[in-house]
Design a protein around this ligand. Structure first.
Ligand code: SF4
Length: 402
């Protein structure tokens, strides 16, 4: 049985939970990423060997199997306590019956990716950048995955990326300067397979910037080998967006994996999804962003959870997201404050959502408030006075709270 050290459940410390539920495993196997993948927890029987499941979880495992597969690496599974179905790590990866429910707002493809796919597997929605879906597989599966229609290979759609056609499209589209590899998770590939993709992209002269969106350093830190890092470093500028939602995910092993990536010169950003019962409070997010900075990762986005079918039980309110940003901005290091965004349903792209710091703006002045609620004015004296201002709320005395 896993034992989490008392006082460590809030996740402020970097701790290792290995070998946890696998007490007899040899360290060389534990540290082998292929062993971790082969020994993922994928069935109800395996879950029940280690956890006391609630009825909601057991039914969820039985009934969600044709929507999104169950798979959790041993490394990540060790973060899950045996008895608490409300645990923030557990809620992210163990299915629940609510996944089979549909709310009126649910969508199969909330970001409208399929309608912006000129070539199978290549999403071209923004003018100068593309999303390249190179695989439908991940190290573990997140129950709120925005691409659950294709990810894991059991859902209603299949991903059939046409690599040659995608490379041809990119060669012809000279306006594309930025390619984001995602899926699925590109770091699930062997070094050789991943290098073939990266070298092919680097051979296209107008592609300036490569990015990989990945949760592998968190689910499978063993994959971040020195060899992988050395290979990635050949393709700079290459940036990476990782995905951490709760401070307990930042274990010693994950911290070391992130340091290896940073030492290879890869700038790291984090994308968290705002999830009910996981990270929807200021203190949890503050602990998370502090730990990310210690791992040399810049908190980049806090996403409002997409309206993906079956995720309504994990969605927190937009107001909660704004409250979190309000609780971080000015109260902690600016580098630690992510941009809160909503990916506009249907394919509108990311829209920044900020607490109301601008109280009034016309061509003479802007009235702003700071993190303490104090009000300030700044004159519009310089620059182009012909700028058209977006409609603002009327400026009333009630904004002048003390
Ligand atoms: S790692 Fe990313 S793509 Fe994979 S299941 Fe999680 S959210 Fe979806």
């Amino acid at each position: 049985m896993i034992t989490l050290a008392p006082g460590k459940m809030d996740g402020k410390e970097f701790v290792s939970h290995a070998p946890g539920y696998w007490p007899d495993i040899a360290p060389e196997l534990w540290n082998d990423w292929k062993w971790q993948l082969k020994n993922r927890v994928t069935s109800l029987a395996q879950l029940e060997q280690h956890l006391v499941l609630s009825n909601e979880e057991r039914s969820g495992v039985l009934l969600s199997g044709d929507k999104l597969a169950l798979a959790v690496t041993p490394h990540f599974f060790n973060l899950i306590p045996r008895d608490n179905p409300g645990d923030p790590i557990r809620r992210q990866v163990i299915p629940r019956i609510e996944e089979t429910w549909e709310s009126p707002y649910d969508m199969a493809d909330p970001c409208g990716e399929d309608s912006h796919m000129p070539v199978p597997g290549l999403v071209h929605r923004y003018p100068d950048r593309v999303l390249f879906l190179v695989t439908d597989r991940c190290a573990s599966y997140c129950r709120y995955c925005t691409r659950s229609r294709v990810v894991s290979g059991v859902g209603e759609q299949e991903l059939h990326t046409d690599f040659e056609e995608a490379f041809r499209y990119l060669e012809q589209h000279t306006e594309v300067r930025d390619v984001l590899l995602s899926g699925g998770d590109a770091l699930i590939f062997s070094d050789d397979k991943l290098e073939k993709i990266l070298s092919r992209l680097r051979a296209i002269p107008h592609i300036e910037f490569l990015r990989i969106g990945t949760r592998v350093p968190i689910f499978l830190p063993q994959r971040i080998t020195p060899e992988l890092c050395a290979m990635l470093a050949k393709y700079h500028p290459l940036w990476m967006s990782v995905h951490v939602n709760h401070p307990r995910e930042l274990t010693i092993e994950v911290k070391q994996a992130l340091e290896r990536l940073a030492n290879a010169g890869i700038p790291l950003g984090n994308q968290s999804v705002l999830l009910a019962g996981v990270n929807d409070d200021v203190e949890t997010m503050k602990t998370l962003v502090h730990k990310l900075l210690m791992c040399r990762v810049r908190p980049y986005y806090l996403y409002q959870c997409d309206l993906i079918t079956g995720s309504s039980h994990l969605r927190a309110s937009v107001a909660k997201g704004m409250e979190i940003i309000e609780g971080l901005r000015g109260h902690t290091t600016g580098y630690g404050v992510p941009q809160f965004v909503i990916d506009a349903p249907g394919g509108g792209g990311k829209v920044p959502i900020n607490p109301g710091y601008v109280l009034y703006h016309d061509n003479e002045k802007i009235v702003i408030r700071n993190y303490e609620g104090k009000i300030f004015e700044y004159p519009e004296t310089g620059g182009d006075q012909t700028v058209q201002f977006a409609p603002q709320r009327e400026y009333h005395d009630e904004y002048l709270y003390s």
